[in-house]
Design a protein around this ligand. Structure first.
Ligand code: CAA
Length: 258
């Protein structure tokens, strides 16, 4: 397994655990973190033995944002010519499922990375926010879009304009997170959920992710047609035959990913 400077990567059975590891900067996301996450996520996507990934941080901070000290001296020409932050699209291009397990601060880019996940599980100490306005800028890694999709315009606008933090309970009520668990149980709960997903038929998991994400891009009729076509396609797999035979024979399915 590759050695990284700013993240830790472990395999736990069929689940890859990636831990952001810049405690001195509350896991601020600098260009090394991005480069290493791109590499680790690509390795996960390519590894046929891995079927779900959990991204987490420390107890105090999932990530306190993009690295302000790295951005501070940049000008427009630097940002525009390097298409700063565009590399995150390589992380969101991950085809297999992944979960963000959020404890503590998930601010700015930290909140935005959590929202790139297929869903978020939060510790009851989690705090989400898009405080970029306090720095004289705006969200830049998708926050204005993904937060609005997740919690609606009124709350997203209020969060982005005031920069206030939202606690875990409000985040669950608002639809930003899938569930809230006691902070001490966060990693266990996230890994348990990841193991459940990893035990599903892999092609059905890929198709599920693809069709749910299509709601961001398609109208209802087109999205339903897209879902139906992917559903039809799964009838060309061995796992569909196995899954339905296993149900009829009252036994668990054994998946081949074919
Ligand atoms: N970038 C760089 N360094 C950061 C950082 C960040 N986003 N967040 C925290 N740090 C550093 C601090 O500078 C500090 O380092 P030093 O000890 O060298 O001074 C260390 O992490 C610990 O932080 P604090 O002393 O501030 O810890 P605290 O417990 O008092 O406060 C906090 C915690 C409220 C999260 C506070 O650190 C904070 O407000 N951080 C910045 C949050 C923020 O504005 N995030 C948005 C960044 S911009 C962005 O993300 C753009 C985008 O859309 C992608």
């Amino acid at each position: 397994m590759a050695n990284y400077e700013t993240i830790l990567v472990e395999e736990k059975g069929a689940v890859t655990l990636v831990t952001l590891n810049r405690p001195q900067a509350l896991n601020a996301l600098n260009s090394t973190v991005l480069k290493e996450l791109i590499d680790a996520f690509a390795a996960y996507d390519a590894d046929a033995s891995q079927h779900c990934l959990v991204l987490t941080g420390s107890e105090k901070a999932f990530a306190a944002g993009a690295d302000i000290k790295e951005m501070q001296s940049q000008g427009f020409a630097d940002m525009y010519s390097s298409n700063f932050f565009a590399g995150w699209e390589k992380v969101t291009a991950t085809r297999k499922p992944w979960i963000a397990a959020v404890s503590g601060f998930a601010l700015g880019g930290g909140c935005e990375v959590a929202m790139m996940a297929d869903f978020i599980i939060a510790g009851d100490n989690a705090k989400f926010g898009q405080p970029e306005i306090k720095l004289g800028v705006t969200p830049g890694m998708g926050g204005s879009q993904r937060l609005t999709h997740a919690i609606g315009k009124a709350k997203a606008m209020e969060m982005c304009l005031t920069g206030r933090m939202m606690g875990a309970d409000e985040a669950e009520r608002s639809g930003l997170v899938a569930k809230v668990v006691p902070a001490a149980d966060l990693l266990d709960e996230a890994l348990k959920t990841a193991e459940t997903i990893a035990a599903m038929a892999p092609l059905a998991a890929l198709a599920t992710k693809e069709m749910v994400n299509a709601t961001y891009e398609m109208g209802l009729a087109q999205g339903i047609n897209f879902e139906r076509r992917l559903f039809h396609g799964l009838f060309g797999t061995e796992d569909q035959k196995e899954g339905m035979a296993a149900f009829v024979e009252k036994r668990p399915g054994e998946w081949k990913g074919k």
